[in-house]
Design a protein. Structure first.
Length: 369
């Protein structure tokens, strides 16, 4: 099966900055490579940002925060009716963001960027980029011993040689201190101090082919990773090791959702979704009724699970992910690619996609199964 492009969910929106030589602070022992100017250029503050392609949306307390192309981050304090643009130090496309409370959150994106906010998404600072990720990999490899060192050194050298082109595609934080960022070619890092320092974590993931990692989720006592070519992994030792799970599907999984009863849903290409009630030991196929790839999802306040697709579909499940019904009519957006969804403080849904952000009011009770 052909491999998907890194950042497959964002390629349809994305604009990659032209590589030019630019000044940047490079860690000792790493030779400077061609650096995208977007790593050192703040996102342009413009009214046009309200119509920018958006790849992620989430809640920070009662506030909504969304991120997308060219470093655009928007926030809303009135349930998504009006948006303001945040101050962002980079202009790379941003693919995902998460908040652990109403103040502290992180965003990740192209060129190995990790951003941090302590004021609910109004302002952001850069914690990592691809240059520093490569430097961390070089140091980690040098500190290793045994048969794994040679491979780690080769992987680190490739990061240096390639320059900062590897995108992060998702992130997961267990609390305000401990979290992970992950992305293309098995790229994964962990922090235990709110992102002040990061440690390469690829060696903890059983992914010898270096397949892309698209999503991460935690439920109960387990952490899960989803990736390309049917890759699913689980950790039951607090992230110390991730082992592969037998999977019935060989296409890519773009994300994971967990129901309140602990059931797990993996979703991805061509409308495929699979459900597990036993921590990934066995899986059953979910009939979503669509062929478009499933790009994002969330759990609503009442426990309803929601998925959105690249065909513009919004799917709801009221039985912990065992079945979904596509929403029709009402206040639905036009059939444009959607990438993410979140619930506003007033119960409305806000979708992110090719033409920005839109509020959607759905009478969920009418669709109950």
């Amino acid at each position: 099966m052909a491999r998907l492009n890194p950042g497959a969910l964002s390629v349809m929106f994305g604009a990659c900055a032209t590589l030019v030589l630019a000044t940047t602070t490079v860690a000792e022992g790493v030779t400077p490579a061609a650096v995208p100017v977007a790593l050192n250029q703040s996102a342009l503050v413009t009214p046009k940002a309200l119509g920018a392609a958006m790849l992620a949306v989430t809640s920070a307390g009662k506030r909504l925060v969304a991120a997308g192309e060219r470093g655009t981050i928007l926030y809303s304090d009135d349930a998504g009716r009006n948006w303001q643009q945040a101050r962002v130090p980079v202009s790379v496309s941003l693919t995902a963001l998460k908040f652990v409370d109403d103040r502290q959150g992180w965003a990740v994106g192209h060129q190995g960027v990790v951003l941090h906010s302590t004021d609910g998404g109004v302002t952001w600072s850069k914690q990592l980029d691809g240059i520093h990720v490569a430097a961390l990999a070089v140091r980690a490899a040098a500190a290793m011993t045994g048969p794994e060192q040679q491979r780690a050194q080769a992987d680190a050298q490739r990061l240096v040689d390639d320059g900062p082109d590897k995108p992060f595609l998702d992130l997961y934080f267990e609390n305000a201190n401990s979290g992970y960022v992950l992305g293309a070619y098995n790229l994964m890092l962990r922090t235990t101090d709110s992102g002040a320092t990061w440690q390469p974590w690829q060696s903890h993931v059983a992914n010898p082919k270096g397949l892309h990692l698209y999503g991460m989720h935690g439920t109960g006592n387990a952490l899960y990773l989803a990736g390309e070519q049917g890759l699913l992994l689980r950790s039951t030792d607090q992230g110390v090791s991730f082992v592969t799970l037998a999977t019935p599907y060989k296409g890519s999984y773009f994300g994971l959702l967990a129901a309140r009863n602990g059931a797990l849903l993996a979703y991805g290409l061509r409308g495929n979704a699979w459900w597990s009630g036993d921590q990934g030991v066995s899986w059953s196929k979910v009939d979503t009724g669509i062929q478009a790839s499933l790009a994002g999802g969330t759990e609503l306040a009442d426990g309803t699970l929601v998925l959105v697709s690249q065909g513009g579909d919004i799917l709801l499940s009221h039985d912990q992910g065992r079945s979904f019904v596509a929403q029709t009519g009402g206040d639905l957006p036009p059939a444009l690619p959607l990438s993410a969804i979140a619930q506003a403080s007033d119960g409305a849904l806000v979708v992110a996609g090719l033409r920005g952000l839109r509020r959607v009011v759905i009478a969920t009770s009418s669709a109950r199964q």
